[in-house]
Design a protein around this ligand. Structure first.
Ligand SMILES: Cc1ncc(COP(=O)(O)O)c(C=O)c1O
Length: 486
């Protein structure tokens, strides 16, 4: 059969609450035009994130009942440890309550002023934890990954030449680890190829630098390799994932993604001495080494989730359901990042709302209108999330201005997705009426979570800066010439 169906049936349902556009206009104003500040009961289709929003299986729920809530040495911890070791092969498995807790521990130990940590693209929490340690987070995405319209199978790759050049320039002694984020969330959920993972590992190791994966979406990445990389078609997703981990010295993980659970994560590594130091930090900040900040039953659910996520009928459905939404949008001319990634469809805000200058946050404006028009919650992945200020107050804008429609795992049906495609297409048809936004409050780090906005008339575009000379090649502001070209 050609139709790929949801490889599950539904045993328990959760009622959705319908609101009117008029109500949502008021709710949006009350949330300061930041959908993070909405009450989830006021959201019809919640595509804010695929993180921790998974529907767990009957087997996971029954595993919860079997949780051993012992403070130390819990049976559930050992099940979890076996499952993670079987997948990753790492000697030391340290549970954490979510991905950023693993990042916090790792960079507390390895980050410091003067240190630089390269990655294909750091996710926002990874970048924030690195910067909090005083180190620099350096993005080295493959150039193809910076263009929303380029069709390429592995746009999440690391730029290997740029990595070599960065090590040469910075000095291996100042690079405590090289990372690779699989899939590249900030770059459109795009996968890295096995060849790129292996070569990144070789380069790091040749310079004596440890190599870590940010493995949140390892299973989706593995399935893309199976489908797209020559030589992997007959390997299982699990074998491919195991090979991916075999090139690394450790990983951070948010099990809220490909662990198929609502909370949890881990930090894993081969280096025993580093692991001992990490466990000592864990005890102070998270909890004892066999539970961290989790209920022990949560570790049971992760152990089971790691089996289910590598089921290829699940992965085929997962990747196809994202592509299905992308296809429906493209049919209506909506500009999206191509090809569709593993966990989300990303709208290209620069092409969607070219009348709005970047200082007026076009992607955030689209996010707000998707909620107002259709009750759909999405998230900005552009200037609000990654903008930077120069000392004179000029704001640098990342090249990619995206709206992420992240699809929770096993939650929405095909008709929900059809509704989303219809609503987004209608917003696109009326795109010229999208207002600009101005920030009225922002936190010093990770501002997108709590920022406040207000609508404004569009402002004039900014002058161009020589960003390559500033060492900020992945950022840009629109020059009047670029502006005219739009
Ligand atoms: C690539 C990536 N790394 C790290 C994290 C942080 O994980 P958590 O939200 O569990 O702290 C996320 C979360 O979305 C992510 O997508």
């Amino acid at each position: 059969m050609r139709t790929i169906i949801e490889p599950f049936k539904i045993k328990m349902v959760e009622q959705l609450r319908f609101t009117t556009p008029g109500e949502r206009t008021r709710l949006l104003e009350r949330a300061h035009y930041n959908p993070f500040l909405l009450h989830s009961d006021d959201v019809l289709i919640d595509l804010l994130t695929d993180s921790g929003t998974t529907a767990m299986s009957a087997k996971q729920w029954s595993a919860l009942m079997d949780g051993d809530e012992a403070y130390a040495g819990s049976r559930s911890y050992y099940k979890f440890e076996d499952a993670v070791r079987d997948l990753t092969g790492f000697a030391n498995i340290i549970p954490t309550h979510q991905g950023r807790a693993a990042e916090k521990i790792l960079f507390t130990l390895l980050g410091a002023p003067g240190k630089v940590i390269p990655n294909n693209t750091h996710f926002d929490t990874t970048r924030a934890n690195i910067e909090a340690s005083g180190a620099e987070a350096l993005d080295l995405p493959d150039p193809a990954g910076l263009h929303t319209e380029t069709e390429a199978p592995f746009k999440g790759n690391m730029d290997l030449d740029a990595l070599e050049a960065a090590i040469e320039r910075i000095g291996a002694g100042n690079i405590p680890l090289v990372m690779l984020t699989l899939t590249n969330n900030s770059g459109g959920g795009q996968p890295a190829s096995m060849e790129n993972i292996r070569k990144t590992s070789e380069i790091a190791h040749r310079h004596g630098i440890p190599f870590f994966l940010d493995s949140c979406r390892f299973a989706e990445n593995a399935m893309f390799i199976k489908m797209r990389e020559p030589g992997y078609g007959s390997r299982t997703a699990k074998e491919i994932a195991q090979e991916m981990f075999s090139y690394a010295d450790g990983c951070t993980m948010s099990a809220k993604k490909d662990g198929l659970v609502n909370t949890g994560g881990w930090l894993a590594m081969n280096d025993a001495e580093l692991a001992t130091r990490a466990r000592n930090v864990l005890i102070v900040t998270e909890g004892f080494t066999t539970y961290c900040g989790l209920a022990r039953r949560d570790l049971e659910a992760i152990a089971r989730g790691l089996v289910e996520v590598l089921d290829e009928s699940y992965l085929a459905y997962r990747l196809r359901s994202i592509e299905y939404l992308g296809d429906a949008l493209m049919k209506n001319g909506v500009p999206i990042l191509r090809p569709t990634g593993g966990h989300a469809v990303y709208l290209d805000a620069r092409r969607f709302a070219p009348h709005l200058p970047l200082d007026n946050y076009p992607a955030q404006s689209i996010v707000c209108e998707l909620y107002r028009h259709g009750g759909i919650r999405s998230v900005e992945v552009g200037s609000v999330m990654f903008g930077k200020y120069l000392p004179d107050g000029t704001q640098l804008h990342p090249r990619m201005q995206l709206v992420r429609l992240a699809i929770p795992r096993r939650v929405y049906t095909q008709s929900h997705i059809d509704y989303v495609a219809e609503a987004v297409s209608e917003v696109y048809a009326n795109r010229e009426s999208l207002p600009g936004l101005r920030i009225t409050y922002e936190a010093p780090v990770l501002r997108h979570f709590t920022a406040h906005f207000e609508p404004v008339p569009a402002e004039a575009p900014l002058e161009a800066l020589d960003l390559a000379a500033l060492g900020l090649a992945t950022f840009d502001v629109m020059s009047p010439r670029e502006w005219a070209a739009h």
